[in-house]
Each structure stands twice: as C-alpha cells, then as structure tokens.
Design a protein around this ligand. Structure first.
Ligand code: ZN
Length: 396
C-alpha cells in the first residue's frame, strides 16, 4: 500500500483542505493528520484534475529537432503531401517524437491524450507502431488513446482502409476520418467505410472536419444520419467542425440541435485563424465539447506547446469569455470535457477517482487560466510526474 497526503490544497480554488491518496486513488478529501507515509505540502495551491489533451498528433511533431523552416503551401493538400515527403527526409521518428511530447504534456499537467496517428499507404503502420510503443512505455505517466487516422485520404488511397483495419485489430482505440468531401470527394464511400470499421471493431469515431459552410454542413448531416442509424449516440466526435462557425446562424443552430440529439461531441482547438464552433451555443444546446492542441511544431506550422491551460486561455479569447464562470467553463472543456469524450473511468477531483491532480499557484481558477503559472506539481495515479514545470522523467 502506498499513501500520499496532499496537505493544504484548494480544490478548484475553494477552501483549503487535504487530499489523502492511497494506491493511486483519492480516498478522502478533508482535513487529515499527517500519519500517511508521505506528505506533500501544497502551500495553499489550487488543485484541479489532470488536464486532458483530446486532440493531438503525437506522431508528427518536430519538437527537439531544431527549428524547421516552413515549406508547405497554403492548401490542406499541400500540407499533407509536404508532410508525407518530409517524414522520411527529416527522420521524424514517431516513437521518439511521441515520447518527447508525452514529457512535454506531463510538464504542463496533462494526464491523458487522444492522439490521431497517420495511417497511409506510404508509412503504413510505422506511425501507429511508434505511438503504440510510447503508450506502452509511459503507461504509468499518461493515458494515451490512439485514433487510426487516414491523413492522406481513404477512398483516394486504396489500401488505407485495410491498414486502418489492421491498426484497430492491433490496439488502435478509435476510428478516424477526414473531410469526406474535400479530401476524398466521396462522402458516402468514406463515411460508410469508417462507420463500418467502427461497427466491426466496436470502437468510437473521431472525424476531422475542416470543410467550411455548406460543404461542411452537408458532411456533418451525413455523419449525424449514420450516428442515428447505427445507434452510435455518445460514440462519435467531430474535430474542428469549422462549418458550425458559418455565417448562416440558423443553419448552424439546426446542426447544433441535431448534434445534441445524437450526442455527438465536438473537439476544438479554438484557432484564431478560422471560424469556430461557439462554445456557449454548444453548451446551451447540450453538446459536449473537448479541446486539443492539434499538431505542434510540425511541418504544418510553427506553433503549439501542448499546454492545455494555455488552450483554455485560447478558448476564452476566441469565445469572448470574460466573466469568471465562463473562464471556468473554458477550463472545464480542457478537463472534464476531454475526460467525457475519452470515456475515462474514475476521472475527477473526488473521492474514489484516480489521483490525477495538478497543483497551480493562483488565487482562483480564472486567474490560473489567465496567468498560466508553471504547474507546481502533477500527479498521475498519485505519483509525481512533474514539478515546477519540469517532467520528472527524461526522454532522449
Ligand atoms: Zn488534427
């Protein structure tokens, strides 16, 4: 039996209390004496549950490989083909790069990651196998969920579907998809294929949908229809969903209502450069919302750092959140929102849950989002994995 007593911490910025952890779980939140084997003095820090990175690409960062001079053209297809070429040229090793991102994410207080992982007829299962090795290697540090993701298209690249099927049979957790009109130009073909894979393997779906306006709405309606027909309520996520930011607000409201009805979740990165689903509208309609960093420091662009507290800030800025309750909701999207979508059992800052806990030096949760202090302490299953903004383990 291992015990850890976190003394003098403030859950979600509330009154100071203690958290007793035994064998990786929170057994008591309340004043306790220091009889436990180990004691950590929180010094009045805010305690929140582990941050959840619900949309990452662990296989494709250039983190730690020096500055990359951006080469890709502006279109989505340019970025996809440039990346496919540079993967081997630059030796963007998925095992090494995903390990580096696990350390980076842990340093920022993230305790679970949903990662899309490229599967195509050039790389075959190289990216999947690299990230799966990292998932195994760091299973005590990070929960990692792998989405089998047809980044280069599915219908336009025969053989991709069979590779995705193989990945799902060998430990991929989620079926991915991508712009069924814009990339594949065959929405029925792609969506029937990926919903078929989901049905065959009994796995959820997470589809990248960058398509804007009417085209995106058309694809979204096809996704909604299949979710309904196959009884996959609560098992489908649409990432980005830029079409929900369309200027035709009546149509966006109708789509939002249908999403709520089929319990389809939305994953957002809250980008400054595109129209986005508006968090308050989704919340009012009862649509679950999670967030992620997307690719960071990769051949797609130079930004990102896997800090989900910063992502909460971006959500706040993008949605014009100013009052404390709204800013707290931005953090909720980056914690409980992601945990719901990843269906993480026993998540949360409550007795009985896993002790995935982040301590933050701030007066209130909104201040923590605004100021993004270094994470004072990060616990995974009750064990320290990062302190003062530094991971407590090293990767090459
Ligand atoms: Zn993505």
């Amino acid at each position: 039996m291992t015990e850890l007593l976190l003394k003098n911490v403030r859950p979600f910025g509330g009154a100071a209390t203690d958290i007793l952890i035994r064998d990786g779980r929170i057994v008591r939140i309340g004043k306790a004496d220091a009889s436990a084997a180990e004691v950590e003095d929180g010094g009045g820090a805010i305690a929140i549950p582990g941050l959840i990175e619900a949309h990452a690409h662990l296989d494709k960062s250039l983190w730690g490989m020096g500055w990359h001079v951006h080469q890709a053209g502006p279109a989505l297809e340019d970025k996809i083909s440039t990346e496919r070429r540079l993967r081997r040229e630059l030796n963007i090793d998925p095992a090494r790069q995903s390990a580096r991102q696990v350390a980076l994410a842990a340093s920022h207080g993230t305790t679970a990651i949903r990662s899309h992982v490229d599967i195509d007829t050039d790389q075959k299962l190289w990216c999947f196998e690299g990230v799966a090795a990292t998932r195994e290697r760091f299973r005590d540090v990070m929960d990692i969920e792998i989405v089998a993701f047809p980044q280069s298209g599915l219908m336009i690249r025969p053989g991709t579907l069979e590779l995705m099927d193989e990945a799902l049979a060998n430990g991929a957790d989620v079926v991915g998809g991508l712009d069924p009109c814009g990339i594949d130009r065959d929405p029925k073909g792609q969506l029937d294929a990926i919903f078929g894979l989901a049905e065959k393997h009994g796995k959820p779906i997470d589809i990248h949908l960058h398509e804007a306006d009417d085209l995106g709405a058309f694809s979204m309606e096809m996704i909604i229809e299949r979710t309904r027909a196959l009884g996959m309520q609560g098992k489908v996520t649409i990432s980005h969903a830029f079409c929900l930011g369309m200027t035709d607000r009546a149509r966006a409201a109708s789509l939002t209502e249908q999403l709520a009805h089929q319990d389809i979740a939305i994953a957002t990165t809250a980008p400054a450069s595109r129209p986005v689903p508006m968090a308050a509208e989704l919340r009012r309609a009862g649509v679950r919302l999670c967030a992620g960093s997307d690719g960071i420091r990769d051949t797609w662009g130079p930004y990102g750092n896997l800090d989900m507290l910063e992502r909460a800030l971006f959500i706040g800025l993008r949605n014009n959140f100013r009052n404390d309750a709204d800013v707290e909701y931005a953090l909720h999207i980056c914690t409980q929102g992601g945990a719901d979508v990843m269906e993480l059992a026993d998540y949360g800052l409550r007795e009985g849950a896993f002790a995935d806990i982040v301590l933050l030096d701030a007066e209130t949760v909104p201040e923590a989002v605004a100021a993004r202090p270094k994470r004072k302490l990060v616990l995974k299953r009750g064990k320290p994995v990062a302190r003062d903004g530094q991971a407590l383990f090293t990767v090459e």
